[in-house]
Design a protein around this ligand. Structure first.
Ligand SMILES: Cc1ncc(C[n+]2csc(CCOP(=O)(O)OP(=O)(O)O)c2C)c(N)n1
Ligand SMILES: [Mg+2]
Length: 582
C-alpha cells in the first residue's frame, strides 16, 4: 500500500504534506482501519476509483447494485468496526439509502461517499444527468441528512477538516455519515496533516465519571438481586468484555435482548438468557423485571425487545449508553461506556455468595425434535439439525421471515450473529454476507434466508463466488412470504412468490464454480448435505411446507397483526391468517 502519493512534499515545520483530495480521503479511511470499499462505479466517482486503484489504498469490492453494497458495508462494519461505501450521484445514492438508513437504525458506522456533480457545474448552473435537471443540487444531501449522523459536500477548502470530522463522527457515534465528493476536486492538491488519523473515544469528564461510577457502584453493592440487561450498543461500543468482568466480580446475572444476540458468550457462567418481556423464560423475566438494581446497557425498547410491549423494567433502572448514563434523577454526560464499566468494576467489592442459574437454552419452538430421517423436512427438524452443525467461531447472518428462527439457536463461544432486526429490510442478509466474508474471510459464515427475501438481493451470490468465498447458504423454499401469512393473507396470492431453481444459481452466477448445491426434502437429505466439507460454497435449498412456521414466529405475527391493524382490522376474519396449531 502506498500511503502518500509520489508528488507529496513534506514540510516538517507544519507537519503537513501535499496530497490530492481524493487520495487524502482514501488515506484517512485506511488509517481508520478500513481496507475495502463496496459500491458501483459511475462517471462522478470513477476518478476516485482510479485513485483507489492507483494507490492500492483500499481493495475495491464491486457489487451488482448499490443497495447490496450498502448491506455489504453494513455487514463489514459490524465485524470490522467501520466500513466504506462508494456510490454515484443520486441514482447510486438513492439505491443505497435504504441500507444506510438501516445502518442508522441499527447503529452501524458506515462512511457513504457519493461521487457527485462537479463544483463547476453547480457554480455555472449547468443541467447535468443524475439530477432533476432543474438546477437543484442539494436534494440528496438533504435526504441523507435524515439517515446519517453527519453530512458534508467537500470543497478544496473544507475537505481536510470535513473528512476527519465525518470519519470520527461515524466511529465515535457508531452511525453512518454521508460525504459528497464533487468529481472535479478529487485530483486537486491540498495541504493535509502528515500524522495519521487516530480514532479514540473522547476522554470522560473526570468528575462526572467519578460521580457516575460511585453512584452505580453504591447501588450495585447494596442490591440483593442485581441484574444487567444488554442491547446491541454493548457490542458496538466494544463493552462486552467490561460487562463480563463486572458481572464476574459482583456476581450479577446478564441477560441480552434479541438485537444483542451473541454479544455475551452464552457459556459465560453469569449468562442468564434472552429477555423479551412476556416471551422470556420466566426466571429471566423475573430476574430483570424485579431486580432491585437493574443496569441496562444501550437498551432501546421496541416491539422486538419488549415481547410486544409486555415487558416493564424497574422504574429505577440505571440506563447506560455509549456516552451518557441515567442513575435515578441524575443524568451524566461526557462519560464513555467502557470507562464507566471499568470504574464500577474497580469500585464494587468482590462477591462470592451469589450465583446465576445455569443457562439452559429454552425449549424454543424453533428447535424441535429431529424425527424420522425419511420424513418430509419440517422447520422443527431443520433447526435441530442446524443446531448440531454450528461450531465455535461461526458467523451467522440471518434474514427476516422464518429464517429469523435462527435467533433461537444456542450459540457456542466466539460466534457472531448478524441480522437487521430493527430495520428489517428483507434481502439484507445476502448483501451483508458479502461484507462479513470480506471482513473475516478466515471464519465460517452461515447464511439463513427465505426464498422471498433471497429474491430481493440474490445476484450478490455472484460477487461472493467471484471472490472465492466459502459460506454455507441455507435457503428455505416454502413458496412465499410465510411470516406474512402469520400477519395476514394465509392463502392470499400476494404472499406467493415465483419458484426458482435456487440451488442452480451458483452455476448461473459462476459457470466454472466448484460450489456444492443440494436440494433437500427430508431430514436424511439435509444431514447428507451437512456432511459436505467447507472447502467451497455450499448451497442448501430446503423445500418446506408453505404453512410450516415455528410457533414463536406465528405468535409474533398474530400479535403484530393486532398491533398493526387495530381492533377493526381484517385479521379477525376466519382463516385469514396462519394461527398456531391447537
Ligand atoms: C424490503 C422489504 N420489503 C418487504 C418487507 C415485508 N416482509 C417482511 S418478511 C417478508 C417475507 C419473507 O419471506 P421469506 O424470506 O420467504 O421468509 P419465510 O417467512 O417464507 O420463511 C416480507 C415480504 C420487508 N420487511 N422488507
Ligand atoms: Mg418463504
Amino acid at each position: 500500500m502506498t500511503v502518500t502519493a509520489a508528488r507529496s512534499t513534506v514540510s516538517p515545520a507544519r507537519e503537513s504534506v501535499t496530497m490530492t483530495v481524493g487520495e487524502f480521503l482514501l488515506r484517512r479511511i485506511r488509517e481508520a482501519g478500513v481496507s475495502h470499499a463496496f459500491g458501483v462505479p459511475g462517471d462522478y466517482n470513477l476518478e476516485l476509483l482510479q485513485q483507489l486503484e492507483d494507490t492500492g489504498m483500499l481493495e475495491w469490492i464491486g457489487t451488482c447494485n448499490e443497495l447490496n453494497a450498502s448491506y455489504a458495508a453494513d455487514g463489514y462494519a459490524r465485524l470490522n468496526g467501520l466500513a466504506a461505501l462508494i456510490v454515484t450521484n443520486a441514482v447510486g445514492a438513492l439505491s443505497a439509502i435504504n441500507g444506510v438508513a438501516g445502518s442508522y437504525a441499527e447503529h452501524v458506522p458506515v462512511i457513504c461517499i457519493c461521487g457527485s456533480i462537479p463544483l463547476r457545474s453547480m457554480e455555472r448552473g449547468l443541467g447535468m444527468h443524475h439530477t432533476m435537471s432543474d438546477g437543484t443540487w442539494d436534494r440528496f444531501l438533504s435526504a441523507y441528512a435524515q439517515v446519517t449522523a453527519a453530512q458534508a459536500r467537500l470543497t478544496p477548502y473544507n475537505a481536510v477538516t470535513e473528512i476527519d470530522r465525518l470519519i470520527t463522527t461515524a466511529w465515535r457515534e457508531k452511525l453512518p455519515v454521508y460525504l459528497e465528493l464533487p468529481s472535479d476536486i478529487a485530483y486537486l492538491d491540498v495541504e493535509v496533516p502528515a500524522a495519521p488519523l487516530v480514532l479514540e473515544e473522547p476522554p470522560s469528564d473526570p468528575e462526572r465519571l467519578r460521580s457516575c461510577t460511585a453512584a452505580i457502584a453504591s447501588r450495585l453493592s447494596a442490591a440483593k438481586s442485581p441484574a444487567i440487561l444488554v442491547d446491541s450498543d454493548a457490542g458496538r461500543f466494544g463493552a462486552a468484555g467490561e460487562i463480563m468482568r463486572l458481572a464476574e466480580k459482583a456476581q450479577v446475572p446478564v441477560a441480552v435482548v434479541a438485537t444483542a444476540m451473541a454479544v455475551i458468550d452464552e457459556t459465560f457462567p453469569h449468562y442468564l438468557g434472552l429477555y423479551n418481556g412476556k416471551a422470556s423464560q420466566p426466571h429471566v423475566r423475573e430476574a430483570i423485571e424485579t431486580s432491585d438494581c437493574l443496569l441496562s446497557i444501550g437498551y432501546r425498547p421496541n416491539d422486538l425487545t419488549t415481547g410486544d410491549f409486555t415487558g416493564s423494567l424497574p422504574a429505577d433502572t440505571i440506563r447506560a449508553r455509549g456516552h451518557s448514563v441515567d442513575v435515578g434523577a441524575d443524568n451524566y454526560q461526557a462519560v464513555t461506556l467502557t470507562e464507566v464499566l471499568r470504574g464500577v468494576t474497580e469500585a464494587v467489592p468482590q462477591v462470592t455468595n451469589r450465583s446465576t442459574p445455569r443457562f439452559a437454552p429454552p425449549p424454543a419452538a424453533a428447535v424441535g425434535a429431529r424425527g424420522d430421517g425419511s420424513a418430509k423436512l419440517t422447520q422443527a427438524a431443520y433447526w435441530q439439525a442446524i443446531q448440531d452443525y454450528i461450531r465455535v467461531g461461526d458467523v451467522l447472518v440471518a434474514d427476516g421471515g422464518t429464517s429469523y428462527a435462527s435467533a433461537g439457536l444456542h450459540l457456542p463461544p466466539d460466534c457472531t450473529f448478524v441480522s437487521q432486526l430493527i430495520w428489517g429490510s428483507i434481502g439484507y442478509s445476502v448483501g451483508s454476507l458479502l461484507g462479513t466474508l470480506t471482513a473475516a474471510p478466515d471464519r465460517r459464515h452461515l447464511l439463513f434466508v427465505g426464498d422471498g427475501s433471497f429474491q430481493l438481493t440474490a445476484q450478490e451470490v455472484s460477487t461472493i463466488l467471484r471472490h472465492d468465498y466459502k459460506p454455507v447458504i441455507f435457503l428455505i423454499n416454502n413458496g412465499g412470504y410465510l411470516i406474512e401469512r402469520c400477519y395476514l393473507g394465509k392463502t392470499s396470492r400476494f404472499n406467493d412468490v415465483a419458484n426458482w431453481a435456487y440451488a442452480d444459481l451458483p452455476k448461473v452466477f459462476r459457470p466454472d464454480t466448484t460450489a456444492r448445491s443440494f436440494v433437500v426434502k427430508t431430514v436424511a437429505d439435509l444431514e447428507k448435505a451437512l456432511r459436505a466439507p467447507n472447502d467451497t460454497l455450499i448451497f442448501i435449498e430446503s423445500i418446506m411446507d408453505p404453512f410450516d412456521a415455528p410457533t414463536a414466529v406465528i405468535e409474533s405475527g398474530n400479535n403484530g397483526a393486532d398491533i398493526d391493524y387495530g381492533p377493526r382490522g381484517p385479521q379477525h376474519r376466519d382463516n385469514l391468517l396462519l394461527r398456531p396449531a391447537t
